[in-house]
Design a protein around this ligand. Structure first.
Ligand SMILES: Cc1cc2nc3c(=O)[nH]c(=O)nc-3n(C[C@H](O)[C@H](O)[C@H](O)COP(=O)(O)OP(=O)(O)OC[C@H]3O[C@@H](n4cnc5c(N)ncnc54)[C@H](O)[C@@H]3O)c2cc1C
Length: 352
């Protein structure tokens, strides 16, 4: 495949089949489409309408075809299904090979995927086989109508500025986007679309890995973070490790999840998967409470879509106050136990 990719490019004059259409590489969470896939479909629908191009979802795996209806309801005109026993376990070689093989055959002009553990593993492989560019961790996507080029915006230079990256000469244009950057739309169960089953070619499935056993990782905390309506974030202003128990207690009282800034993760007080920000996860809860968080751009990149931001910081000039809905100037060590006391009082009518 790799040898032919350049010749297949088709941006050169005289190439008969143009690259056309937008694809979203779908991902699952259990028996449902992953949120990031539905969010990408919503965004891709807008991009596709700007381009006047059809939108397809690509479903790779084994016994996955049940998801096709959900993908159509969320905006896909077509679902390309590659359902094969060899794809029952995820391997980046086979999934990357299938996606690249499909792309060479059907020639989409854009492929979008989630910047998830899985997307980060196999999308670069597909891009390498296709000999095209890939912009990882985009925060925005748009179309330049002049030349149908995908404008891929992502943080650059340590998050201090945003760069818009284009891939004018190669196709497909490929980008990954983290969960919760875009908003999904309500599904339309009456939407009609086409489901196309495709038998993979043997070479697409080639992989050197043999999955002996799959063990479920305890990613419970991370899952809670993604869907949480309330997130309590510990920043460096939470000065003592023992106070993390109070942070978790506050989150528990509010039915929420706990996250952290990078210094908290670097100190090993929370696992890396709970880091929120540019190099962590992006969240959009109804209520974000930042405890001793300064509001560095790299952290704000992951929280800016939160509905209500409450900040506790002893520095009245901390940048987090510029974007917070409510600000409490004071010491986390004093305010956090008091918050817990007041919420308990509110909930139970008595102080415990
Ligand atoms: C390429 C790159 C990627 C990065 N990615 C991320 C990322 O994904 N997520 C992330 O979070 N960071 C990231 N960072 C780090 C980022 O630049 C900041 O250093 C980090 O967000 C700061 O975390 P903080 O707010 O907890 O700590 P600080 O910036 O040190 O702020 C601590 C705040 O707590 C206040 N404070 C201190 N003591 C108390 C107290 N007792 N009571 C109340 N307030 C107190 C201080 O006034 C201060 O405002 C990244 C950096 C780079 C260069």
């Amino acid at each position: 495949m790799s040898d032919n990719a350049g010749k297949e490019q088709g941006l050169q004059a005289g190439t008969p089949v143009p690259w056309r259409g937008i694809w979203v590489a779908a991902e699952r969470t259990g028996e449902r489409a992953a949120d990031v896939t539905l969010e990408l479909l919503a965004k891709a629908r807008v991009l596709g309408d700007k381009l006047g191009a059809p939108l397809a979802a690509v479903l790779i795996g084994y016994h996955v075809d049940g998801l096709a209806g959900e993908l159509i309801g969320h905006g896909a005109d077509q679902v390309l299904v590659v359902d094969h026993p060899e794809l029952a376990s995820f391997t980046e070689e086979a999934y990357g090979g299938v996606l690249a093989g499909l792309a060479l055959k059907y020639r989409p002009e854009i492929i979008l995927a989630g910047a998830t553990l899985m997307g980060r593993a196999y999308i670069p492989r597909a891009a390498t086989i296709l000999e095209t560019g890939l912009t990882a961790d985009c925060m925005d996507l748009d179309i330049d109508p002049k030349d149908r080029v995908l404008l891929q915006t992502r943080p650059a230079w340590g998050g201090n500025l945003f760069a818009t990256i284009v891939c004018p000469l190669r196709r497909p244009q490929m980008a990954t986007v983290r969960p919760h950057v875009f908003k999904k739309v309500l599904p339309d169960p009456a939407r009609q679309g086409e489901i196309v089953s495709i038998s993979p070619e043997a070479e697409w499935l080639e992989h050197r890995l043999r999955v002996v056993e799959s063990v479920k990782d305890d990613a419970g905390d991370e899952c809670r973070l993604y869907g949480a309506k309330v997130i309590v974030v510990a920043g460096r202003g939470v000065e003592h490790e023992k106070d993390m128990a109070l942070v978790k207690e506050l989150a528990g009282l509010l039915g929420g999840a706990v996250g952290g800034t990078r210094p908290i993760v670097d100190q090993g007080w929370l696992p890396e998967r709970l880091q929120i920000g540019q190099s962590g996860v992006t969240v959009s809860p109804r209520l974000y409470i930042g405890l001793g968080v300064s509001g560095a751009v790299q952290h704000v990149a992951g929280i800016k879509d939160s509905e209500i931001i409450v900040a506790v910081n002893k520095d009245p000039d901390a940048p987090i106050f510029d974007l917070s809905t409510y600000g409490l100037v004071g010491n986390v060590g004093l305010i956090l136990p008091e918050l817990i006391r007041q919420i308990r009082l509110e909930k139970t009518g008595r102080v415990v």
